[in-house]
Design a protein around this ligand. Structure first.
Ligand code: FH5
Length: 286
């Protein structure tokens, strides 16, 4: 049966291990082939000692729980996991064209058509996640992989969380809550809109909008939304308009993701086949 078969007890013997694909903070990722189905996967190997040391076990459990339930053409599948004495193994979808940030480094910045196609597919993936009350919170080039057809895959849900609908957690009226709780700056799904705006800027200009030498300067530029568009490379005013509607301090005033998909710059530049293909792929998935 395919790798995706649920509830199977996987062991290392089920896989032929291939070349290392890269290293995350807690271990390496290897190309691997599941022996029975010959299905190619990426096997992420994490050392329990390092997970314990960094107290990220609960975060990993959350990542596995969340990513294993998400099914979308632009979200890297997590088929399952297993562990032995020393390590935890995540069985992940293999993205044949590797890491997006390497591609961005190579060609400095993307064309408006390529940037818009990526931004539209990420917006659709985030709409899907938010529909399941999941926010990613860590959308950046390093967490984006490229599939065999050039489609983007959001990976590394290490920072994602299930958002509770505030009204439900408030269970009733706000009247009795102290100011500090009503004022608490909780983030909601709109954090991903901001990050997508930063990503769109970086796709077009080759660097993020609030970059600065010192962290303190970057922090100040972000909170002041010190957004500047360099004269080079030339970028359309439609693209700048979209970015300006996403990088808004008041999270409730950021352009909603479904509105992003109707923005003129996305309509004029995003490659519709990507969307059509992702719909067909979604329909054909076993
Ligand atoms: C933190 C982290 O997991 N980073 C990366 C390492 C490889 N990994 C992959 C994961 Cl998790 C899934 N698919 C991948 N495909 C590749 C890749 C393909 N080529 C041609 N080159 C590379 C590299 N890498 C992956 C995620």
């Amino acid at each position: 049966e395919s790798v995706a078969a649920e509830k199977k007890r996987w062991t290392l013997n089920d896989f032929d291990i291939g070349k290392p694909l890269g290293r995350g903070k807690f271990g390496h990722v290897y190309l691997a082939r599941e022996k029975r189905s010959n299905h190619i996967v990426a096997l992420k190997v994490l050392f329990k000692s390092q997970l314990k040391q960094s107290q990220v076990e609960h975060q990993l459990r959350r990542e596995v729980e969340i990513q294993s339930h998400l099914r979308h053409p632009n979200i890297l599948r997590l088929y399952g996991y297993f562990y032995d004495q020393k390590r935890v193994y995540l069985i992940l979808e293999y993205a044949a064209k590797g890491e997006l940030y390497k591609e961005l480094q190579k060609c400095k910045h993307f064309s408006e058509r390529r940037a818009a196609t990526y931004v539209a597919s990420l917006a659709r993936a985030l709409i899907y996640c938010h529909g399941k009350h999941v926010i990613h919170r860590d959308i950046k080039p390093e967490n984006l992989l490229v599939g065999a057809e050039g489609e983007l895959k959001i990976a590394d849900f290490g920072w994602s969380v299930h958002t509770f609908n505030r009204r439900r957690t408030m269970c009733g009226t706000l009247d009795y809550l102290p100011p500090e709780m009503v004022e608490s700056v909780e983030h909601d799904a709109n954090v991903d809109i901001w990050s997508l705006g930063v990503l769109c800027y970086e796709f077009l200009y080759g660097e993020p909008p609030f970059e600065a030498k010192e962290h303190s300067d970057t922090y100040r530029r972000i909170v002041q939304v010190d957004l500047k568009f360099p004269p080079k490379p030339i970028v359309s005013s439609a693209a700048k308009d979209l970015i300006s509607q996403m990088l808004v301090k008041d999270s409730s005033r950021r352009l909603p993701l479904h509105k992003l998909l109707e923005h003129p710059w996305v309509i004029q530049n995003a490659d519709p086949s990507g969307f059509v293909r992702s719909c067909v792929a979604q329909l054909l998935k076993p």
